[in-house]
Design a protein around this ligand. Structure first.
Ligand code: BGC
Length: 423
């Protein structure tokens, strides 16, 4: 019965094809997470890739939602429009008080089951855990702890200029002059609002100390914001322009780091994501490049904790999202990611043997300042105040830094206004 045979064959073929199709479909449709972040420089991308590979090794798909732009301002704008259209990613790099803002909108999903199974309460320092919770539930997971108040330097340039790593702001200015005379750019900088603010908060910490930093950048105390001490911090900050080059406008932070790497510039004031660039270039801390607490801030630690906040998602995506959250706090990820990223692990119980001297120093200083005082949240990196206040402070800082005629007194007055608008 050829016709039966033919039709049987046809049915078998159709079945086989549909089985094959559903097989490819099911592999292609492995539960997937979409992760928004702004880790796009050489060192950052290497770090982000660690998470992608760990997820893929567990059979999950990774959809990369990378939005370039240091400090993450553009990424946050893109995230808002995605969330407003009702289609947020599974996870996004959201930090500090902004986690609370997203939580209040009811858009974040809780991770308590994972947190409990993995013992996050015992693993995380209470300061870190608190930032990750909204309404008592974990809604975010920390990937690292970055220190913002660092100075990076090229030892060959310092040697050519006959100077040592500066430990005070006065020494920084003196070393800078010598570096310029030796024919190099003293301080590599990128003229972008968040980079200006990064340098500003470090100078404020150096000139005013941690208590003044706390009053101005965290508590937004109007008297402190308008004080003589603030005026002095602003003036010192502006003097740093003398150590920068004329082409800094709009330059990305990692290009500034590469100027130190290449020996065009002597130093850079930047958080330790800069170390990710030195590492990606194959350089060794203490030999090919130097790190030290930013001049005048040895007793302080400005922290910036990167974290992935989880959006409310359903079904398979939620399962993948929970796997992501679990992986992030596991030792394998914490070590590999932070070695590439330049930061230290978010959990203090890990062996730091594989880390370089800058990271070991960072871990010690983090714990010491947490115990003895001196640990402060970074305003420039979204750890201290709400995003709208941060934006208003950025405007004042960057306008003042770039203005030819705005006096420091006027900038201090504008700081007070920025704080008043926030209340
Ligand atoms: C983030 C870092 C990032 C840096 C430069 C900071 O705000 O916390 O993870 O490397 O910006 O983009």
């Amino acid at each position: 019965m050829p016709s039966f045979k033919r039709s049987f064959n046809k049915t078998a073929l159709a079945l086989a094809t549909s089985l094959a199709a559903s097989f490819t479909l099911s592999t292609a449709q492995a539960a997937e997470v979409e992760v928004l972040h702004w880790w796009t420089s050489g060192g950052e991308a290497r770090a982000a890739n660690v998470l992608k590979e760990l997820m893929e090794a567990e059979g999950y798909g990774w959809e990369d939602f990378a939005v370039a732009g240091g400090g993450g301002e553009t990424a946050m704008t893109v995230l808002k429009s995605r969330a407003m259209s009702g289609n947020p990613p599974s996870a996004a790099q959201i930090k500090g008080p902004e986690i609370q803002e997203w939580g209040e909108l009811g858009l974040l999903g809780e991770l308590d089951e994972v947190a409990e199974a993995e013992g996050w309460d015992e693993l995380l320092p209470p300061t870190v855990a608190e930032i990750m919770r909204h309404d008592g539930s974990y809604v975010a997971v920390p990937v690292n702890v970055h220190r913002v108040n660092w100075l990076w330097a090229n030892p060959e340039v310092l040697e050519a200029a006959g100077v040592e790593m500066p430990t005070t702001l006065d020494e920084l200015f003196t070393a800078g002059e010598a570096i310029r005379e030796a024919g190099y750019i003293p301080l590599a900088h990128g003229g972008q609002a968040w980079q200006d603010a990064t340098v500003f908060e470090t100078v404020l910490l150096a000139t005013g100390g941690t208590e003044f930093y706390q009053q101005t950048m965290v508590e937004l105390d109007e008297e402190a914001l308008g004080s003589e001490q603030m005026i002095e911090a602003l003036e010192t900050f502006k003097r740093l322009r003398e150590l920068m080059d004329d082409d800094m406008s709009g330059r990305d932070w990692n290009i500034a780091t590469s100027m130190v790497i290449n020996g065009d510039a002597g130093m850079q004031l930047m958080g330790d994501w800069a170390k990710g660039e030195f590492t990606a270039a194959g350089l060794t801390a203490g030999e090919d490049y130097l790190c030290a607490a930013a001049p005048g801030t040895q007793d302080a630690f400005t922290f910036n904790i990167d974290s992935l906040a989880m959006f409310r998602v359903e079904g398979e995506e939620r399962e993948a999202q929970h796997a992501l959250a679990r992986l992030v706090l596991e030792p394998t990820f914490q070590e590999a990611f932070n070695l590439a990223k330049g930061s230290i692990p978010a959990r203090p119980d890990l062996d730091m043997g594989e880390f370089d001297q800058c990271a070991q120093r960072s871990m010690e200083d983090f714990q010491r300042t947490a115990d003895e005082g001196g640990l402060v949240p970074s305003m420039a990196h979204g750890m201290a105040v709400r995003a709208d206040v941060q934006g208003a402070i950025f405007d004042v800082v960057t306008n003042y830094f770039n203005s030819r005629d705005m006096a420091a007194e006027e900038a201090a007055r504008r700081m007070v206004n920025a704080a008043q608008a926030a209340l």
